[in-house]
Design a protein around this ligand. Structure first.
Ligand code: ADP
Ligand code: GLC
Length: 493
């Protein structure tokens, strides 16, 4: 099969910019495609925290027409290392001081969403076309990720149908449908679409605009990040208001599980761990537990299980069910069950404060409010169980990393969690984790207590489950191949 030219348009990609799993998923997919021989490149903004001194400027600035304006940006080129034989992946950074040279990706702790986000990401999306023209490199596939890149399919359909992009297919991956880029209609003019074509764009959403909706309406193919979630988002319960549109376009919608990058997440080689380990020798996992207990200010105990969490502190991840002052179940879990809990996260300031209060009252809760890459790896390695009581979870990477680290997931039965974890079945000693049937406070308690009971009553069964979990793989090549079949289908229509 011939090699494809693919441009990823995205707001996050590790190691350059990451707010959550999106950054991991985009880079991992790009590597998977590259290693199968495809010409993959990435385009993302040059945020203020991305150091340009290691990047190479393109010789000419890029003029990007947006409505009546022409915005000028510099472009820098960097590289995503391949870590295997072969070249790295070209990454283009759009350097527009006024719109992108800021400390945050989407906002700051004080202002979670910059008011001009529609214009910022319109620039990114429109620049994708101008950059390709400047490089004389017209991709077969324009692959947009989430609402920040959702205008790419809109521009491709509405503004580029008769241009050199007329043979380029647009693919939109929905990593998180809970974030749609909704704004009032005063944000329409800076998007640069002719007024008479707005209706056709699919951008209107009641009396507002919705960037993700525009992308879903115009893309040649739609992907979300697990088969189970692909079904869920066509229902009113999980469609966040877009289920009707997704039902109408369901023939174009595919669910593909993200792959995980073994160069970053493998306990046998992970450079962020003091001691590496594999399924045949778990003694260093016990050492990692001790390290984590010390790091988190927990007592160095061997006779209680340690449950880890690494998460954005937001409603999606079940933190209201855990910490709500009236009905949150965390105090009860910490009082009644013989366990320790290590939580690292950042996000909603109210949830951060509530967790700080709880950590003061319960010595068996270790807390780190912040965002630390190394500690995320240490929590995966040092915990016995990994808790994800998500209300919804399109894919979820943390439970996949946990499996690999022999850390048994306790997860909601939803989305990618349901697709990647197999339920423990004592009758035939099978399965890799525990399910929370529905993320209500009591069902979270129930699942955690089942896990804790097994840990205390049948340690050998826990070790066998750990070993099964560690065998589970989510190869980048599988994910890349599934995307390739979506790409080829989109190109053939
Ligand atoms: P989501 O993308 O919804 O946040 P995922 O499970 O797909 O959830 O991915 C989360 C990613 O973000 C993981 O790589 C995880 O380690 C990382 N992460 C989340 N919170 C933190 C944090 N406070 N510090 C370091 N890494 C974090
Ligand atoms: C989103 C989802 C998460 C998914 C990640 C990468 O942030 O919340 O479930 O794993 O994107 O696709």
């Amino acid at each position: 099969m011939s090699s494809l030219k693919i441009l990823m348009i995205c707001s996050e990609a590790i190691p350059f910019a990451k707010a959550g799993g999106l950054g991991d998923a985009v880079s991992a997919l790009s590597l998977g495609l590259k290693r199968l021989g495809h010409d993959v490149r990435l385009l993302l903004p040059r945020y203020g925290f991305i150091d340009i001194t290691t990047l190479k400027p393109l010789p000419d600035p890029l003029g990007v027409p947006l409505g009546t304006q022409q915005l000028w940006t510099a472009v820098y080129r960097g590289e995503l290392p391949n870590n295997q034989d072969g070249d790295g992946i070209g990454v283009y950074f759009l350097d527009h001081r006024r719109l992108f040279d800021r400390a945050g990706i989407y906002g700051t702790p004080e202002q979670p969403d910059f008011h001009d986000n529609p214009q910022r990401y319109a620039l990114l999306c429109r620049a994708a076309f101008q950059l390709c023209r400047a490089l004389h490199w017209i991709p077969d596939i324009l692959h947009a990720h989430d609402w920040p890149a959702a205008l790419v399919p809109v521009y491709n359909r509405l503004l580029e149908a008769d241009s050199e992009f007329s043979f380029s297919a647009s693919v939109l991956s929905i990593h998180n449908i809970g974030y749609q880029g909704i704004a009032d209609t005063t944000h329409l003019p800076p998007l640069g679409l002719p007024a008479e074509r707005i209706a056709e764009s699919g951008l209107l959403f009641g009396n507002r605009i919705n960037l993700l909706k525009g992308g879903i309406s115009c893309a040649d193919a739609l992907v979300t990040v697990s088969p189970q979630h692909a079904k869920e988002i066509t229902t009113p319960e999980h469609g966040f208001g877009l289920d009707g549109l997704l039902r109408a376009r369901h023939a174009r919608l595919t669910g593909i599980i993200n792959g995980t990058d073994d160069n970053i997440w493998d306990p046998q080689t992970d450079p962020l761990l003091a001691h590496n380990y594999g399924p045949d020798d778990l003694s260093n996992k016990a050492r990692a537990k001790r390290t984590l207990q010390l790091e988190m200010g927990l007592a160095p105990l061997d006779d209680v299980p340690l449950i880890g969490m690494v998460s954005r502190l937001v409603a999606q991840k079940g933190f209201h069910e855990l910490c709500d002052p009236r009905r949150g179940i965390l105090p009860r879990i910490l009082e009644v069950l013989p366990l320790q809990l290590a939580i690292m996260g950042s996000g909603d300031p109210l949830l951060e404060q509530r967790l700080r209060d709880l950590a003061r009252s319960y010595p068996n809760l270790g807390l780190n409010i912040g965002y630390r890459e190394q500690l995320a790896h240490q929590v995966q390695a040092g915990s016995d169980f990994f808790l994800m009581p998500s209300r919804y979870e399109p894919c979820g990477l943390n439970q996949m990393y946990a499996l690999r680290y022999g850390t048994i997931p306790i997860v909601s039965r939803t989305g990618g969690l349901a697709d990647t974890v197999d339920e423990f079945n004592p009758a035939n000693d099978s399965g890799t984790g525990f399910f929370i049937d529905y993320p209500s406070p009591w069902l979270i308690f129930d699942a955690v207590s089942r896990a804790v009971r097994l840990w205390h009553n049948d340690p050998a069964a826990v070790v066998r489950m750990r070993r099964r979990a560690m065998q589970r793989r989510f190869p980048l090549a599988d994910t890349a191949r599934a995307y390739l079949s979506v790409y080829r289908q989109a190109l053939s229509e």
